[in-house]
Every structure is written in C-alpha cells, then in structure tokens.
Write a protein that binds this ligand. Structure first.
Ligand code: AHR
Length: 659
C-alpha cells in the first residue's frame, strides 16, 4: 500500500500533475451532440495601416517620400555635397498631374561624387541584408543625356555597403522609368541610401524607389516576405482591410478611397495617414499612405494566403472621434457607387469597366469577393440612414454579397444597444462587434454569446485585444496574461460558432520604432518580425478549428470560468479527430478527466499542444521571439476517458483520432 502511494507520488511529480489528493474535475464531451458547424473562414486577420503596418512595414519600399508629396516635400531627404548651391535641387509642382504633382529638378555643372547629392533616411532607417539584390528605379525626364546617378547604400556609420550607377538614357518631353540592381555587402538594421549626381546637365526626377528582391513570391515592388509568412502560417480564413479608422479618415478628405489605390503606382494619390497626428504622445508626422499597397494588392494577398477578402468601405461619415464630418444624404450616390464598383472590380468580367482595371493589373480571373463591410466604427442614426442606402443598392444588384455593419466602438452601452437593435430590425447579414477591454472583461464575458439570438444576424468579432493597462495607453503589453484571457474568451466564440461566424484580433502589425497603438499582434523592426503570445493563440485557434462544435459540459453546464477553466470542443470530420480546447486561468495545476460520449472510437494516444507560463508578464520580443510559443506533449486515453493535468495559467489544445 505504502509503495503504491509513493509510486503515485513519484509519477505525479514526473508528470507534474499533483499528488493522489488532487481533485479531478470531470467533463463530459458528447460527439453526437453537434451544436454548430464551424465556419472554415472563422479566424482571420485585421489589416490596417497603423503603426507603420503598410508604408514602412509590409510594403517593402525602402525610400520614404519617394514622390516628394509629403507636406514638407523633402521630408526624409537631405541635400548633400560640398558644391551644392541654391537652386541645384528644386522641388517643382506641376498643375497637370493631380495625383502626383511634385517632382525634383536637379542641375549640375561638371559635378563628381561628393559635390551634389541627396540622402534618404528610410522608414526609421532601412533594413538591408548581406548578399541580397536590391532594385533601384526612378522616373526621369531630360532634354539631353548628361547626368548620371551614382547610388550608394550606406550602413549606420556611412560606410558604403552597395553601389551602382544609373545613366538615364532617354531624352525628350516624356517621362521614362529606368532601373538598376546591385547587391549589398553587409546586413544593416538602419541603413540609408544616397544619390550623387555626376556630370553636367539638368534632369527631372520622381518616384525614386528601392526594393529588396526577396519580397513575398519575389514580386517586384512587393511585400516583406517575413511579415506575409507570419500571416500565411496562421492560415487565416479572411483578411479584413484597409482598417480600421483609416477607412473613415480624420475628415472626409482623408478617408480611404479604393479607386485611388489601383492602377499604376505613380498615379495613386498619396494622402496623409490619419494616425500621423492622432496621438499627441506618439506623433508620427512622416506617416503617409502611398498606396503602393492598394486594393489590388490586398485582394492578391488574400488569394495568396487562402483567405477571403473582406474590404471595409467608408459609409459617408468621417471618424466620429475626430471631425464627425458627414456626407449629406443627397450626395451619397458616389459613395454607394464606389461600393458597387468595388464588387465589379473584384468579381466583374474583364469586359466590365472595373473588371478590366483588375485584368489590366494582371488578374483577369475574378477575385470571388463574398463579403463587404460598410462603415468601421460608426454609430448613431446618421449611420443607420446611410447604411440603408448601401443595403438597398448592393442587395438589389448583388444579393449574394454578405454585408457587414458596425455596432460602434464598444460591445455594450447606449450606442451599442441602439445600433444592435436597429441592425437586428433590418435583419442585416453580419454585425461587427469590437472589444478593447481588460483581461478580466474577456474572462467575465466568455459566455457572452451563449444567450445570443440564434436566428438573427451573425456576429463578426471584428476587433478585439485585451488591454493590460487601458485603451490607447502606451503601457499596454502583449503579455501572456492578455493572450490567455483572449484564449479563454475564444472558447465562448467557438462554442457559439453558429452565431459568431468571424473573428479577428486588432491591430495586426506594429513597427517597434514607428507605432502609435499597442497592443498589436505582430511586431517588426526593419529586419525581423515576430508573433506575440496573442498571435500564438489566434494561430492555435485557426489551425485547430475543426468542422463541428460539439457539447462539452461540467455537470451539464458549459465550461466558462468554473474554477478558472474555460473550454470548448469540436470534431474535425475531415481528419476524424476530436479537438478539445481548454484554458486554466489559475495558479494551480488542474487534474481533469473528459468522458467521451457519442463517438464510436477514441485513439489511445493523442497530443496536447499547449502554452503555459506562471509568469503572466511573459512576452515575446525581437531578441527572444520564442519566449511564449506552443509546446507539444503526447497524452493518453483509456477507453473513452482522457485524463490529464493542465498546467497553471495554460491554454491546451487536445487532439485525438476518433477512428
Ligand atoms: O485597431 C485600432 C483602432 O481601434 C481601429 O482603427 C479602430 O477601428 C479601433 O478604434
């Protein structure tokens, strides 16, 4: 007897599952009680150009202010040289090019290296990789060839780490594009780029551009592959774009207009990024939207990573936190037409006006758009009367497009109640709910959807992130505490997958030297990118969603906070697997037993993919990107019972074959 006790103590110690005295919590999982079908596109990503997510982030352009259209035309550029004189480098503003009016005029007389030049500082420097090829290009116009451009890539100490010469060949009235490539001899986090003008003559320059060649799918002028890869690894079900408040703009002038983001990049009219001056404590005056990453590229990205495209359009209202500017009801036609045209751009035949634009950009096949959002965080009766215009026009022409509408900024309160009521009266397809709340809120609200109307509109949990401090605080951390609270909450979304059809964490990207908003799912510098603990949780859900939600109970009740545990279960009918997700939000290990009913067989061995840390402050960083990542252990079932122990503060995904 004594030996048996000691043996169980020793075994317990080895497995880390407590002693024979530990109480076991018993759950029942019933594979025959299917509660919902899981939308195979349920877990997606929310992309917004905030925190230098696009320019200076995923859009791999290294030159800041390449077309001289920032409010200070030479922002990001510095004139250089020992012979530079007044008038040698001028900024001109032409009247016949509304989208891209400014360009540079450079004049030289027998100049050589060091005499007259320009240096670009990049977006908080330029991330440069040793032995990688870089593509330089420029648009130019000159009456006679005479000048050449000596190009130098520099490290942080001004050492040359790459060089090339470009001799513009063509002359005349027209603009021409020419490029040259070179290889870098060193890796540098904060590189710079310099152009020396050599020879004699005068030349006009615009769209001065430098791209690495290791972009996603090696597309010239494309996206940072490491950042896209992190998205692709999640196998996201959808990608929402372009935001976020970016959709609304500070005022209507700075709202997102998709039509200005397609076609040749030199014709895409740059505008200020509304996050540029949003927060006085995180001013980013050099933050603009060049739209090199525009709507075509968003659709293409979605297609590349197997995600549904989810564009969100302006509803005729500017940000209600800022100007609250409104388009009069009688002038709304253009806004509604933009939405109809977008559907044609995505899905129309090449013979249609906007289908042809898509085709001319290299994608004759439709993108197969299925859903569209109208309005981001808009609220009040002004929103309702405007969205009705979209609802009528879009449903008349495209009845199969699912429409998503905002429920405002908060998941409760007067604004939410009003909109939720109005949208339900209209029986809209999908309501977008946002929750930026404390970790405690996420835990307390894990059962939010257990009592939601099963027959009304579906829910899109469109923006959520647990805030370790408070909303818009610079002290918010992407730590394990916030991620575990989100993981616990997500069991409630999964359990109610018949109501909650879509879910995305927000925001997605942040540059360590250029952010305005924290927390964020993925952090980057100029050379590295890593997923936060919150990313790891979203990824675990996306990769382990299963096909059918089944019943998981403790004493007949859903598991939503009892003794700090939160759980849900699905079957993956394609792989014949049972998937149980369970979080233990407590400082004690928990012995648990799942009695499996309603399934003919259960494999005797399965896996637990888990993240556990008793240190709730634990984070991933550029230096230690794998501090908080899932680990896998094998676990056993005996007959139809799975017994295991959940580590303190852990999230666990158990998978067992069912035949
Ligand atoms: O995700 C950051 C911002 O939070 C979004 O732009 C907006 O929709 C929300 O207020």
């Amino acid at each position: 007897m004594r030996n048996t006790f000691l043996r169980s103590l020793a075994l317990g110690a080895v497995l880390g599952i407590g002693t024979a005295y530990a109480q076991t919590t018993k759950f029942t999982v019933n594979g025959a009680q299917v509660k919902a079908q899981v939308n195979q596109h349920m877990y997606g990503v929310f992309f917004e150009d905030i925190n230098m997510g696009a320019d200076g982030g995923i859009y791999a352009e290294l030159i800041k202010n390449r077309s001289f259209e920032f409010y200070k035309p030479l922002m990001g550029w510095k004139k250089e040289g020992d012979k530079i004189a007044e008038g040698d480098i001028l900024v001109l503003n032409r009247t016949n090019h509304e989208a891209n009016p400014r360009f540079l005029r450079v004049k030289t007389q027998s100049a050589s290296k060091g005499n007259i030049g320009l240096t670009n500082e990049g977006f908080r420097g330029m991330g440069i990789k040793k032995d990688l090829k870089y593509d330089f290009s420029v648009m130019y116009r000159q009456s006679t060839p005479g000048l050449s451009l000596r190009l130098e890539l520099l490290d942080g100490k001004d050492n040359i780490i790459g060089t090339a010469t470009l001799k513009p060949e063509k002359s005349g009235e027209d603009w021409h594009k020419q490029g040259v490539s070179f290889v870098s001899s060193a890796t540098e986090l904060k590189g710079k780029f310099r152009i020396w003008f050599e020879g004699s003559g005068s030349i006009d320059l615009d769209m001065i551009s430098l791209f690495p060649t290791d972009t996603w799918k090696n597309r010239p002028g494309g996206m940072r592959a490491d950042m896209v890869q992190l998205l692709a690894d999640m196998k996201p079900g959808f990608i929402r774009f372009p935001g976020g408040c970016i959709v609304e703009g500070h005022d209507l002038e700075t709202r997102y207009q998709w039509k200005k983001t397609v076609g040749p990049i030199e014709d895409r009219q740059l505008i200020v990024n509304r996050w540029n001056t949003e927060f006085a404590h995180r001013l980013t005056p050099d933050y603009y939207q060049t739209f090199g990453l525009g709507f075509f590229e968003y659709f293409q990205l979605a297609e590349d990573i197997g995600a549904e495209a989810m564009p969100i359009l302006n509803c005729g209202m500017a940000c209600q936190f800022n100007t609250s500017e409104l388009v009069p009801m009688e002038d709304m036609e253009q806004y509604v037409q933009d939405a109809l045209d977008l559907i044609e751009f995505a899905n129309g035949p090449v013979s249609s006006k906007w289908g042809k634009v898509r085709s001319d950009m290299g994608h004759p096949a439709p993108f197969n758009l299925k859903m569209l959002g109208v309005g981001n965080e808009n609220w009040g009766p002004q929103y309702v009367e405007r969205l009705k215009l979209f609802q009528t026009a879009i449903k008349a022409k495209y009845p199969n497009i699912k429409l998503i509408y905002s429920s405002g900024t908060d998941p409760n309160g007067a604004k939410f109640d009003y909109l939720n009521g109005e949208l339900r009266k209209l029986n809209v397809d999908i309501i977008d709910e946002h929750y930026y709340r404390s970790p405690e809120w996420f835990l307390e609200n894990a059962a939010r959807y257990d009592s939601y109307d099963r027959n009304g509109p579906k829910v899109f949990a469109g923006e959520y992130a647990a805030q370790s401090d408070r909303i818009a605080s610079t002290k918010n951390e992407n730590n394990w505490k916030t991620a575990l609270a989100e993981a616990s909450f997500l069991t409630g979304l999964e359990r109610n997958a018949d109501v909650v059809r879509l879910a995305s964490y927000a925001p997605l990207f942040a540059h360590v030297d250029g952010w305005q908003w924290t927390p964020d799912m993925i952090w980057v510098d100029n050379l590295h990118a890593y997923g936060t603990p919150n990313y790891q949780i979203q990824k675990l859900y996306s990769l382990n969603k299963g096909t059918d939600v089944i019943s998981l109970t403790e004493n007949g009740k859903a598991v939503s906070g009892q003794d700090g545990m939160y759980a849900s279960a699905t079957l993956d009918k394609n792989k014949n697997e049972l998937i149980i997700k369970i979080s233990n939000y407590s400082d004690k290990a928990k012995d648990v037993e799942f009695a499996i009913e309603g399934l003919k067989k259960l494999a005797s061995k399965g896996t637990n993919t888990f993240i556990a840390s008793e240190n709730l402050d634990k984070e991933n960083t550029i230096e230690n990107p794998k501090n908080v990542v899932p680990m896998e252990q094998s676990i056993k079932a005996s007959g139809k019972k799975i017994k295991t122990s959940l580590a303190p503060y852990s999230f666990n995904v158990l998978r067992f074959k069912t035949n």
